[in-house]
Structures are given as C-alpha cells and as structure tokens.
Design a protein around this ligand. Structure first.
Ligand code: ZN
Ligand code: ZN
Length: 306
C-alpha cells in the first residue's frame, strides 16, 4: 500500500509568489511511490489578506483561485487545504472554507482533507514595534527575529498559553479533519549549551502539559493528529511530534497521519523513513491516509524497523 503524504504545497514562500503548480508535485510523488495530499494554504480572513503579513506567497489570492482549481480539474485530482485558525476571526474562517468547498463542488472536485494550523496570534499593545502587526496579529513563525522579539515581550509561558490555547480553540471549530504540526512552536528551537531547549528550557513541564491537553482535545474532536516531518530538517532535528507525545496519542487512540509540509516537489515524503521507524518503535501499526476525504489505514513500512 502506498504511503500518503497528507501535507504538501504547490509553491514555495517567495516574494514575489510563484504560481501554484500541481503537475510537478504529482510527478515527484509518483516517482517516490507516495500519494500527495495537497493542503494548500487557504485564503486568510480579509484583515490578514490586506496586511503586510500576507505578502509572502503564503496564501491564495482571489485572483489565483481560477488557475489553482483548473489544474486539479485538468489532472482529475482531489483538492485540499491547510486552513489557518485565527483567534477572533472564526466565523470568517468558516465562510472561507464554505466557499472553497462550494467552488470545489461546482468544479466536480473531491476534497481530500482540511488541515487546521495556527500561524497567527493576536498581538496587543505589548507588541508595539514588532514587524507585521498592522492587522493586530503576529505571524509568529515567519522568522526567528520576530519569534524571539515576540516571546521576549511576552514570556515563554505566556506564549505557550496563547499558542496551545489557540490550538484548543481550533479543535472546537468542528471543521478540520486533522491538526497540523502540533509542535510548530519549536520551529526555531534547539538544544542550548546547557543541554536545555533555548526557548522553553525553563518551562518544559508546562509545555508538556499543554501539548498533552491539545492531544486530548484532538481526541475529543475526533480529529487526526499530523506528524509533520519538516521539523527533522530544522535545528530541532526531529518531527513536530516528539516520540513521547506520539506515545500519548497512541494511548488515547488518536490516529496519526504523516505530512512533509513540502513546498518543493523534491521534498515530498522527506523524512518519512525516520518518522515511520519512530512510530513503529513505539507500537504504532497504521497511519491515516486521506483518500478523497475518507480515512484509509495505511500500515507502517516494517522495513524501516531494525
Ligand atoms: Zn503550516
Ligand atoms: Zn503547510
């Protein structure tokens, strides 16, 4: 059975943004024996679309939707989205999803899945002077300087409460099939000279409690938890789901899916061997592949076990 990469994109985050291209993604997936689950960044709420935050080719502009959808029709392939949760803009987000689903239906396209992610946090007066705050939100994971400044203005503890608080709210929306990169909070994290996390070394206990609470919320919502392999290629050097947290998901019988978050065709399925080995070692037998919106159980590749 072919493994699914349930989180792939059709373009890189570049300025100016290149066009979305589906064909090279499907060709690369085919050559790797992987099924590509497209989860393109959905349009953001208007406030953010009109802000400087959106100017990084992260999201689809209205003017791009025609070209985007047409490629799926031409290649007869299911569409899918990574839809941001933005605290305070929940109703607008629901409407964005509704119109994407309606448009997919109108074009006769299946939707393979909707993944929820969280890249924006509300920014108050305490964030004055940070870049990209014209919409009242901080794009906290865009670059490390912004992240560091943001976390210094708050505190690691306050950041974690806001981060995981938003993820809890995301799971309550009732619109998402899966939660993407639970541990993206560690995007810029690494082990410091003292052997501890440079950002959360003094609050690991809180981090763990909140992360486990988020997995419980994913469980309650009947969602799938994504193990995102992009973390393997960051300084963190492991997937955005630690072995301990994956174990907790297994205990709660929360299904796990794999996603590379590839923004270039050649990165599809990157790190899957490592991820499958990690999951097999803790006793996970199957992961989820989203097939035209249905969940398929895909056995983990045993050849990765030693
Ligand atoms: Zn994301
Ligand atoms: Zn993504």
């Amino acid at each position: 059975m072919k493994m699914y990469d349930n989180h792939t994109h059709l373009r890189q985050h570049l300025d100016p943004a290149p066009p979305h291209l589906l064909k090279p993604v499907l060709e690369s997936a085919e050559s790797k024996g992987v099924i590509a689950g497209i989860r393109e960044h959905a349009p953001l709420p208007e406030k953010l679309m009109n802000s400087r935050l959106a100017d990084f080719g992260v999201t689809i502009y209205d003017r791009e939707l025609g070209h985007f959808f047409m490629q799926f029709q031409e290649l007869d392939y299911p569409v899918g989205f990574e839809l941001d949760f933005v605290s305070g803009l929940e109703d607008e987000t629901k409407n964005i999803l509704k119109s994407l689903i309606e448009e997919s239906d109108r074009r006769g396209l299946k939707v393979s899945g909707i993944h929820g992610s969280m890249h924006f946090l509300p920014a108050g007066k305490d964030c004055d002077g940070l870049p990209g705050l014209d919409a009242g939100y901080v794009s906290w994971d865009l670059d490390e300087d912004v992240f560091r400044a943001y976390i210094e203005r708050k505190s690691p503890e306050q950041f974690l409460h806001a981060y995981f608080g938003s993820i809890l709210d995301l799971t309550k929306m009732g619109i998402y099939d899966a939660l993407s990169h639970l541990e993206l909070a560690r995007k810029f994290d690494r082990v410091g000279a003292n052997g501890k996390s440079v950002y959360f070394g003094e609050c690991e206990k809180l981090y763990d409690e909140l992360a486990r609470g988020a997995i419980e919320a994913v469980c309650e919502a009947g969602m799938v938890l994504e193990l995102n392999t992009a973390g393997l290629f960051s300084d963190l050097g492991r997937p955005y789901l630690s072995e301990a947290l994956a174990k907790y998901a297994l205990e709660l019988e929360v299904p796990i899916c794999l996603g590379s978050d590839a923004h270039r065709p050649q990165d599809i399925g990157a790190g899957f061997e490592t991820a499958e080995k990690m999951l097999a070692d803790i006793g996970v037998k199957n992961v989820i592949g989203f097939n035209k919106g249905n969940r398929e159980e895909i056995p983990i590749n045993k050849s990765n076990q030693n």
